[in-house]
Design a protein around this ligand. Structure first.
Ligand code: 9MJ
Length: 677
């Protein structure tokens, strides 16, 4: 009886090991997670029934032990090596030369190139295929016994696969926390008001040093193996690269980026390739390791102190360095976002000299408690804007004043608003603020706003740079002479532009509202405002209570609108637009277009537009639909009422048909629009 159960148990364990290997090591799961869970539960149930038959290498025994009071020590039978570093090409060439000299070889050397993971080195000892212990590197000779924690890592085999592994096998590798797991972990910590980890390396180290393995088990730790220690009762291949392939067959995870290459030039190409993809790799690395591939050559080269002569780490420039804050300024972005920026003692970090670093927003300044005069850690990772990570703990020797948020924009003096629940503070000077000018004017002139033909983004930037315009109102004061004096501006295009400006002076109320670029007032909101208030002065004078009554306008948008019209600068620009000599005449929403008249089959319905329409663009169709109070969305769902389909309608059409959504063509839309309901 018991042997039959034993067989059943062992079959289940084998299956689970196999699928775990497919999932964690080969990244190629053969069964759905739910099926794995079913097998696992079956194993648990059977083991619960026959506790005497539970083995330590069972997949159920990853979190088996109770919390420790301290870690024991383990002597490494073969010392765990460290690596010498180089930081530039010249020193890499010198390393290669030393290798060739020692080997008395003129030939290019074969290397295995590996990403250098930024985690914790550990050594795993297996006897007869069973995991015996796991130890940290420690000082290279003596490490800490972290077996019960390492057992909780799903990617660490408790029992090796196959049967041609050596009797005794020590495998070395790096335990690390993938970037995503790190971010998730910190997000949870933040939401609970707990302390966050500074980086994935610290998070990995902290997770592995838990005395309670149940905590380690919940942390997203991974492992990649990259070398071996003691090998007895069996032999491994005679090149490093092939040994790694063997380790993979035994069940160990090995980094997919590892490559065998020839010569130092190929090393540099590998370095460049990985550097360029570094930000996109799912784990942190701090350089590349090159290892002489042939084990026989490694033996001839030997060691100096603890580092092998046959390997070298080619480190990336440090991404974090220390500096001091000389001052904190506030910058106004093109959308009015106000960002505190630290002026720093110049420091070489991430490969460039950095003297400014972002502090993101006021919440971040408070959270990090950064003050002028502080010693700080500066980080520059890849092409990301350098940032102040934190104050160096204990470095503040005297009290320094706290940073106060600005109440007025440093560029235009408008008041600064911070919407509750939003981290970013913004200048409310929209149309007036120099920092936002070009963007505000681009928006004003755009097709869906004032639709000024021939006034593209480049030209606007040029006009702003030449100080010919500062606000949208200045557009209408442009003259032939100053326009033709511009680079690449012919007389014909200048006169076309002046004509387009003249033609733009009769916008609908909705277009004019949209053109003002009030935060979060898009096309649809502008149309709702126009339909609600009918006349321009009523929109301008609407108060908060009236605004939140309007369809689709909530407290935040209402606040943005109120703020916008409270700014005297904005009112001045609007006056310049509406009064002579410019004299824009806004077309009110006609009173006859009363709510009832404006109602048709589309009012309050959700419409999706797809394909090429015969006589109008999708944008024009959208405008017509919005004007009667329809909602126009991008994808077809059960909530869609109509699909307006033109030529070459693709997947949206088939989806609509599947869901039974009514499909109409342009002619039908025009007909339905003209029938009041
Ligand atoms: C890391 N950290 O990724 C070695 N390493 O080899 C790789 N570390 C190493 N190899 C011998 N890929 C000693 C250390």
């Amino acid at each position: 009886m018991s042997s039959k159960v034993e067989q059943q148990l062992e079959d289940l364990r084998e299956k689970l090991r196999y699928h775990s290997y497919q999932y964690y090591v080969l990244d190629d799961p053969h069964i759905p997670d739910a099926e794995y869970d079913r097998l696992y539960k079956k194993l648990l149930a059977l083991e619960e029934k026959y506790p005497a038959l539970v083995t330590t290498d069972s997949p159920s025994q990853r979190v088996g032990s109770k919390p420790l009071t301290a870690f024991g020590q383990i002597q490494h039978q073969m010392p765990m090596l460290s690596l010498d570093n180089v930081f530039n090409e010249e020193d890499l060439y010198a390393f290669n030369q030393r290798v060739q000299d020692r080997l008395q070889s003129e030939e290019e050397i074969e290397f295995t190139a590996e990403p250098k993971l930024d985690g914790l080195a550990i050594s795993l000892r297996y006897e007869k295929g069973q995991l015996i212990y796991a130890a940290t590197r420690g000082d290279g000779t003596t490490g800490e016994n972290v077996t019960q924690n390492i057992r909780t890592l799903q990617s660490v085999p408790l029992k090796l696969l196959g049967d041609n592994y050596p009797d005794v096998l020590e495998v070395r590798g790096e335990v690390f926390m993938p970037k995503k797991g790190f971010e998730d972990l910190n997000r949870v910590a933040r939401s609970k008001g707990e302390k966050e980890f500074a980086n994935p390396r610290n998070a990995a180290a902290g997770s592995l040093r838990q005395l309670d393995p149940a905590i380690t088990a919940r942390r997203p730790l991974s492992l990649y193996c990259y070398s071996t220690g003691i090998v007895e009762g069996g032999e491994l291949a005679d090149t490093h690269y092939e040994i790694l392939q063997q380790l993979k067959q035994f069940g160990f995870p090995v980094c997919e980026e590892i490559k065998r290459i020839t010569g130092v030039e190929a090393c540099l190409a590998y370095y460049e390739d990985i550097s360029s993809r570094r930000d996109r790799l799912p784990y942190d690395i701090d350089g590349i390791v090159y290892k002489v591939d042939a084990v026989a050559l490694q033996k001839r080269l030997g060691f100096v102190a603890r580092a092998p002569r046959w390997a070298i780490a080619h480190k990336f420039p440090a991404q974090e360095e220390m500096s001091s804050i000389i001052d904190i300024d506030f910058q106004v972005g093109r959308t009015g976002a106000i960002t505190p920026v630290a002026r720093l003692e110049p420091v070489f970090v991430g490969g460039v000299t950095v003297s400014n670093a972002t502090l993101h927003n006021m919440d971040e300044i408070r959270r990090k408690d950064v003050r002028v005069g502080d010693k700080v850690i500066v980080r520059r990772a890849g092409d990301v804007i350098p940032e102040v990570v934190r104050v160096v703990p204990g470095s503040r020797k005297k009290t320094l004043p706290e940073i106060q948020m600005l109440t007025h924009c440093p560029v235009c003096g408008s008041s600064v608003e911070q919407i509750e629940g939003e981290a970013v503070a913004r200048c409310t000077g929209g149309l007036f603020c120099q920092a936002q000018r070009a963007e505000a004017i681009k928006h004003f002139a755009s097709r869906k706003a004032m639709d000024i033909d021939g006034l593209g983004d480049k030209l606007i930037e040029q006009l702003v740079a030449e100080k010919l315009i500062a606000t949208p109102a200045d557009l209408y004061q442009l003259e032939m002479d100053s326009l033709v004096a511009l680079d690449r501006m012919a007389e014909k295009s200048a006169s076309n532009l002046l004509l387009a400006l003249e033609n733009s002076k009769h916008p609908s109320l909705a277009r004019f509202i949209y053109a003002l670029g009030i935060r979060e007032v898009g096309e649809a909101t502008a149309i709702n405002l126009a339909n609600e208030f009918k006349r321009w002065p009523a929109v301008r004078d609407a108060d908060y209570e009236q605004l939140i009554e309007v369809q689709d306008i909530g407290p935040i948008v209402a606040q943005h609108i109120v703020h916008f019209f409270q700014q005297q600068h904005n009112l001045d620009v609007i006056d310049q637009l509406l009064l002579p000599p410019t004299g824009i005449r806004i077309e009110d929403v006609e009173q006859s277009e009363s709510d009832a008249d404006n109602h048709c089959a589309f009012t309050g319905k959700t419409v999706v537009i797809t394909g090429t329409l015969p006589t109008m663009s999708r944008g024009e169709a959208k405008e017509k639909l919005l004007a009667v109070g329809a909602k126009v969305t991008g994808s077809v769902s059960a909530k869609t009422d109509y699909l307006l389909a033109g030529d070459k309608a693709g997947s949206k059409l088939s989806k609509a048909e599947k869901l039974g959504v009514r499909v109409i063509d342009e002619a039908t839309m025009l007909e339905l629009l003209s029938v009041p309901v």
